[in-house]
Write a protein that binds this ligand. Structure first.
Ligand code: SF4
Ligand code: SF4
Length: 130
């Protein structure tokens, strides 16, 4: 099911606020994608996620499988010559998706009953423990 944003305006600002990252610092060198261990499974490459954010193509971003397949391994951030931490941006995008569905967090019972991507569980645990 394709997600539609209710409030497209200011969503990039929110993603930058949550992640603490500036998407416009990225100059598309591709170093993040070259080191990403999940890239073969992704429908949009990690550097392309940032490019879509720069272009304001939020609906494309929130409908990609990539944000859920990201394993939060931080390889991209370690490789980035501009110091952009893409894993933080991926996390912020996942949060925005949950909020668009009126969920501020993932309930553990819901994850157990339904089949959610594993990263949703990891992300939820991080929220419960931070
Ligand atoms: S490594 Fe950094 S600058 Fe290069 S494409 Fe990825 S996020 Fe952008
Ligand atoms: S944090 Fe996500 S996008 Fe970055 S290298 Fe790891 S799996 Fe790829």
């Amino acid at each position: 099911m394709r997600l539609v944003l209710k409030k497209n305006k200011h969503i990039l600002q929110k993603i930058e606020e949550i992640s603490g990252e500036n998407v416009f610092a990225c100059y598309q060198c591709g170093m993040c994608t070259a080191g990403c261990p999940m890239v073969s499974e992704m429908d949009v490459l990690p550097n392309q996620v940032i490019r879509l954010l720069q272009l304001g193509a939020m609906e494309e971003v929130i409908n990609t499988r990539t944000v859920w397949l990201c394993a939060s391994c931080y390889t991209c951030g370690a490789r980035c010559p501009k110091g952009v931490n893409l894993s933080r941006l991926m996390e912020a995008i996942r949060l925005m998706i949950l909020r668009e569905q009126n969920q501020d967090y993932v309930k553990i019972e819901k994850i157990v009953k339904e089949s959610l991507p594993q990263i949703a569980l990891i992300s939820a645990l991080r929220k419960f423990t931070s």
